[in-house]
Design a protein around this ligand. Structure first.
Ligand code: GLU
Length: 478
């Protein structure tokens, strides 16, 4: 349990607009951990106010991603909870009153500018290098209210102070100063009564009791608006912490073009969720004892928000593969790897029985793959007698026409078909014939696998089993 005391309430608030993103998983991991290490709660809220960008399947895929990673929220549209509903589209009714409350207290105002007028004003503002001026800001509040009551369309805008600055506290940075004259009077409530991101986000964080807002760096520029809202409502501000953005190798913001960004892609490639989590935990943070491989529970034990560093962490495919290989070989048991691989293959519609043979092949091949998707490509010859024989292997077979039948005969009568006795048999044969092992083994390898890229030969033969090996060697002799 971490040093600090009170239970933290954290959240992620993804918008369902596309593929479930690795950035959401990354931010989810840190929020899940912060909440759970304090005995608090981790909430998943769906921010679907932007109906233009809404993708129906996206929400379910976010839930699936979190479940796959083992970052199940304590409250969400799926789980429910005391602060629901957890979809902003189901909360539309409640935001208007909050916006009007700010109008009443003088922190916001009704604005009547038409889109055309705003476009023109925006252009001028850009040319002259200041924020857009909204004439409605200077209307007498009573007059504005009358116009609204008479049915005129209006948005509600935040009334950002004209001078001074808004200081944002961020747990990972020195206080950030924003000059108020550079902050737009953002729309809080649209003319149709829909809230914007800023209003809905702050109201929901407040109503859901969120104590820590931990999100990606790209939201820093929204934070002065949020801070002004908290202050206008007279609510205590949560702790803000903006995590460094994940980067491509060239340090640009992570993008589909340079890195697969959908967690589903990693799932389909057969990455392990534990490896993904471990890797994501190292984005912006390092284990205090320099440990590279650690579980979620261990992360929860040692993680401190203050230890996050801001240098842009690179989402390196290579490093993620390395983690995955480590988990396959050093963390999960052989049994577990076989079980997961079997499930993975079943999902890919490759039906192999999870029997002793399958487990033996898995054990043999685990050192030779980093992710499950490589397994079938490298193991075709274990499952079928119609495996391809490549050119190099064919040459080796041709060169071994004399010794292959002799070795087949000897292997056929070997009483115990284990790797050690097979190895001994090769040594004996090579000794008797005065041949180097490097002459004896390649034709056998080529004949049983059709490729020279295969595991240690005695192990390979022992795994294939006596019957298959002898039949393949005989078949290789024309
Ligand atoms: N809806 C925002 C998003 O899509 C939430 C940002 C935040 O965490 O405040 O990420």
């Amino acid at each position: 349990m971490s040093a600090s005391s009170a239970p933290r309430v954290t959240r992620i608030a993804p918008s369902p607009t596309g593929d479930p993103h690795v950035g959401t998983a990354y931010i989810g991991l840190f929020n899940y951990t912060l909440a759970h290490q304090s005995g608090g709660k981790f909430i998943l809220r769906i921010e679907d106010t932007d109906r233009g960008r809404y993708v129906a399947s996206s929400e379910q895929r976010i839930f699936d991603m979190m479940a796959w990673l083992g970052l199940t929220p304590d409250e969400s549209p799926l789980q429910g909870g005391p602060n629901g509903p957890y979809r902003q589209s189901e909360r539309f009714g409640l935001y208007g009153d909050y916006a009007r409350q700010l109008v009443e207290s003088g922190h916001a105002y009704y604005a009547f500018e038409t889109p055309e007028e705003l476009a023109a004003r925006r252009e001028t503002a850009q040319q002259e290098g200041h924020v857009i001026a909204i004439p409605s800001r200077d209307l007498a509040p009573a007059d504005a209210k009358k116009r609204v009551e008479a049915g005129e369309a209006a948005v509600i805008r935040l009334k950002v102070p004209r001078d001074g600055e808004t200081v944002v506290n961020d747990r990972l940075r020195d206080p950030i100063h924003f000059a108020n004259k550079e902050i737009d009077d953002k729309v809080l409530l649209k003319a149709d009564g829909y809230p914007t991101y800023h209003l809905a986000n702050v109201v929901d964080d407040r109503l859901m009791g969120v104590t820590h807002v931990v999100r990606a760096e790209e939201w820093i520029t929204s934070t002065p608006i949020h801070a002004l809202l908290y202050r206008a409502f007279g609510w205590p501000e949560p702790v803000f912490a903006h995590m460094p953005l994940l980067r491509n190798a060239d340090k640009s913001k992570i993008s589909k073009r340079k890195n697969p960004t959908s967690v589903e892609w990693y799932q389909q490639q057969g990455y392990l969720p534990e490896a993904m989590l471990n890797f994501l935990a190292t984005m912006g943070w390092t284990h205090p004892e320099g440990q590279e491989i650690f579980s979620l529970a261990e992360f929860q034990r040692v993680f401190k928000l203050e230890d996050v560093t801001l240098g842009g962490p690179v989402f390196s495919q290579e490093k993620l593969r390395w983690y995955n290989g480590k988990y396959l070989r050093e963390v999960l048991s052989d049994e577990e790897v076989a079980r997961r691989l079997h499930d993975f293959l079943a999902q890919q519609k490759t039906d192999l029985p999870n029997d002793d043979y399958f487990r033996a092949v898995t054990r043999l091949m685990t050192p030779r793959i980093e992710v499950f998707s490589e397994f079938m490509d490298k193991t075709g010859y274990f499952w079928s007698e119609n495996y391809l024989v490549d050119e190099k292997a064919q040459k080796a077979i041709d060169a071994g026409q004399e010794l292959l039948p002799q070795l087949a005969a000897r292997l056929k009568t070997l009483p115990e078909f284990g790797a050690d006795s097979i190895k001994q048999l090769f040594h004996d044969y090579a000794g008797e014939k005065g041949l180097k092992l490097g002459k004896v083994m390649p034709p056998v390898r080529a004949a049983v696998a059709g490729t020279m890229e295969s595991p240690d030969l005695p192990d390979l033969l022992a795994t294939l089993g006596q019957e298959r090996v002898v039949a393949r060697l005989n078949k290789a002799v024309q």
